[in-house]
Design a protein around this ligand. Structure first.
Ligand SMILES: N[C@@H](CCC(=O)N[C@@H](CS)C(=O)NCC(=O)O)C(=O)O
Length: 138
């Protein structure tokens, strides 16, 4: 009986975690994650080059230095975006989602033409090999 009461109390206490959304009940964290997915996916789809970065990260600086050489040349300003995620309240969720689609949650996460290229090291390596230039011109 006590066990039953405790279970009931917990169930009631937990209901605040559920909110009504589009006709079905989902947890607040599930909603937060779906917003994050939408945001990240639309950024990746909307830009030729999309970089998820943190402003204090040296690998991010490395990737950004590479793209800086091409902006205004073979890469227009409009086609390029850097999102400094550390100021976003959903920073952790953004990294979790990026981790789920790329296999790693470190920054930078660099996407070109909707495809994951890698981090700062891979971006610099692709630049050295000439591969990056051909991706940008594709
Ligand atoms: N080899 C990776 C290293 C990336 C890396 O270690 N990034 C650090 C920041 S400089 C990181 O994401 N740390 C975990 C975090 O900030 O959550 C690359 O070239 O991108």
């Amino acid at each position: 009986m006590n066990f039953f009461r405790k279970g009931l109390r917990n169930a009631v206490a937990n209901t605040h975690c559920f909110v009504r959304f589009s006709g079905s009940y989902r947890t607040a964290s599930a909603i937060k994650m779906s917003e994050v997915k939408q945001l990240v996916n639309s950024k990746i789809a909307g830009k030729k080059v999309m970089v998820f970065s943190k402003s204090s990260c040296p690998y991010c600086a490395k990737a950004k230095a590479v793209f800086k050489k091409y902006v205004g040349d073979i890469l227009s300003e409009d086609e390029y975006e850097v999102m400094e995620i550390e100021t976003n309240s959903k920073c952790g969720e953004i990294q979790d989602y990026l981790g789920s689609i790329t296999g790693g949650r470190t920054v930078p996460r660099v996407f070109i033409n909707g495809k994951f290229l890698g981090g700062g090291d891979e971006t610099a390596a692709a630049d050295r090999s000439g591969q990056l230039k051909s991706f940008l011109q594709a």
